[in-house]
Design a protein around this ligand. Structure first.
Ligand code: HEM
Ligand code: HEM
Length: 488
């Protein structure tokens, strides 16, 4: 074993996942801009025949940004943060090192399969669980390999205490494993169709209301264990590292961790309010959603207070800007979500554009900002080169911030307008508006959303260029940047 002083971390796997995050980010969000434009200008549906329609591209968008961009971000940051906080290098175990390469190979196969199958319209028809059983099985293998590497590194560690980020990565592993297995329990149709036919097709093990409940137990907790828990792991590591500040409160981090773990799992039925799910379950979902504000804000406030006395860094370092705004967006979406989970509010919000508005202030302002910040923090350290352009990063920040704001404000207005118009009745109880009336009222807001998305995507291209140039043309660094950004 190497000693502490000579520890050389192995970043080869980190770099591979960084690149896939960049590529899937570009692909997923380009499709996002296309479908946003299709909602504003429907003729764009007919550019590529059946392959270019909204119905084909929407699941492709959600799956590429979730399983491509976000999951790559999770693996890239875990392999970096894990080695460092555990003080163990992957190079110390040839077995674990080989497993990471195997995992990456399988991940590429799964991702390619995902794009091809969804592009062809092959789907299991459950949101965020559209992949058919062969791909599901592959994902289970990929996840198990991740678990072996994670616990292998924990077993080899030199640092006895598990840093906060590690709790969150472990929770991500366990949470997704449990939920994914339950929700994707399915029977391949081969078994009862009497022939090979569409061998890849399957039907869910559950039916009716049970199916809906299990589906949203997963759906909501995909938000928890893919869009929240690993992203908190990232901010607990990168913000203190980038700013040189110690985490504000260890106790608060403990409280919010266990609070989040306990409460999230009970809130899924807020996706099924006013449905055939038993009333008490709906109420339980609403109540747990409101209580969820506490642990969510606990983490976010802990992060903001970590910057106490050092707010000047906001003006010096664009990465601090990204991360502070990410915490703020996390607070916004975890206040907005509970509001939407109140039954009377949900009666207006459900099925309207306010929901994608809520989704995107979370995913663009919190998830994608943190993944990009993590990659930017790691780039000088893994490529041993200075960040190529600080001013490009600064411009990216402003362009993307304007993009997110345009996205969610237009969707707030569109959603509430829609909700109010759908339920408006005249003195005789007849509906005042027909469906097409709402569609024409919404047109300007859809256009604004598409423009916001385009701005955000422009920022993603700037980011990709900056990472690429850092890796290939950044000034060489003799030493790893200390705690402030190399640009500061
Ligand atoms: C340029 C950036 C993006 C644009 C323009 C965009 C656009 C869109 C559009 C138009 C929809 C469909 C909304 C509808 O059906 O009414 C959508 C759905 C969705 N997007 Fe994005 N998106 C972007 C980035 C992202 C990112 C980075 C993520 C996640 C990391 C994401 C996750 C989702 C999810 C989960 C949905 C489904 C929402 C729901 O069912 O309510 N998007 N996106
Ligand atoms: C306290 C935390 C949160 C609560 C209580 C909450 C609550 C809700 C509610 C009530 C809905 C609407 C269900 C409907 O009527 O269709 C929803 C949808 C959604 N939220 Fe949240 N939310 C929270 C945080 C977040 C965060 C931080 C993100 C992302 C980073 C997020 C992503 C989503 C997604 C993707 C959907 C759309 C699901 C779909 O219909 O496809 N939520 N949330």
């Amino acid at each position: 074993m190497q000693s502490n002083a000579t520890l050389e971390y192995d970043y080869s796997i980190v770099k591979l996942y960084m690149w896939t995050a960049v590529i899937f980010g570009i692909v997923g969000m380009t499709i996002g801009v296309l479908i946003a434009s299709q909602l504003a200008f429907p003729s764009l549906n007919y550019l590529l025949g059946e392959y270019g329609t909204f119905s084909r591209l929407r699941p492709l968008h959600t799956n590429v940004v979730i399983y491509g961009f976000t999951v790559s971000g999770i693996f890239a940051t875990f392999y970096y943060v894990g080695q460092r906080v555990l003080k163990v290098s992957l190079a110390e175990s040839k077995f674990l090192q080989a497993l990471t390469k195997l995992q990456f190979g399988l991940y590429l196969i799964a991702a390619t399969g995902l794009v091809i199958s969804l592009g062809m319209g092959i789907t299991a028809s459950k949101e965020y669980a559209q992949m058919e059983w062969p791909l599901d099985a592959l994902i289970v293998v990929i996840w198990v390999i991740w678990g072996i590497v994670m616990f292998g590194l924990i077993g080899l560690r030199r640092e006895k205490t598990l840093y906060i980020s590690m709790w969150y990565y472990i929770a991500t592993f366990l949470g997704v494993a449990m939920l994914y297995l339950f929700n994707n329990a399915e029977v391949p149709t081969i078994f009862f169709s009497g022939g090979l036919g569409a061998w890849y097709h399957s039907v869910s093990m559950y039916a009716g209301t049970n199916d809906a409940l299990v589906q949203w137990w997963w759906g909501h907790n995909a938000v928890a264990f893919v869009f929240t828990v690993p992203i908190i792991a990232m901010i607990y590591y990168y913000l203190p590292k980038e700013s040189g500040q110690a985490v504000y409160s260890y106790k608060l981090s403990l409280l919010s961790f266990w609070g989040l773990m306990f409460i999230y799992l009970w809130a899924g039925s807020h996706h099924l309010l006013w449905s055939t799910v038993p009333d008490w379950m709906q109420t339980m979902g609403s109540v747990f959603s409101v209580v969820l504000i506490l642990p969510s804000w606990g983490s976010a406030i802990n992060m903001l207070l970590t910057m106490k006395g050092e707010w000047n860094q906001l003006t010096e370092n664009p990465l601090i800007k990204f991360m502070v705004l990410a915490s703020t967006f996390y607070m916004l979406s975890t206040l907005e979500g509970p509001i939407q989970a109140v039954k009377s509010v949900n009666a207006i919000a459900h099925f309207t554009d306010w929901i994608p508005g809520h989704v995107h202030d979370g995913v663009l302002g919190w998830v994608a900002f943190m993944i990009m910040s993590g990659i930017m923090h790691m780039s000088p350290r893994v490529f041993k080169r200075e960040i190529y352009s600080k001013s490009l990063l600064e411009s990216q920040f402003w362009i993307q911030t304007i993009g997110v704001v345009l996205y969610f404000t237009s969707m707030w207005i569109a959603g509430i307008t829609q909700g109010m118009m759908w339920r408006a009745v005249d003195e005789y109880g007849n509906l005042v508006y027909s469906f097409i009336d709402t569609v024409s009222v919404l047109h300007p807001y859809y256009t604004i959303r598409a423009v916001g998305g385009l701005l955000y995507l422009t920022g993603v291209f700037m980011f990709a260029f900056n990472v690429f140039k850092t890796a290939t043309a950044g000034r060489r660094l003799e030493q790893e940047p200390r705690y402030r950004s190399p640009m500061a």
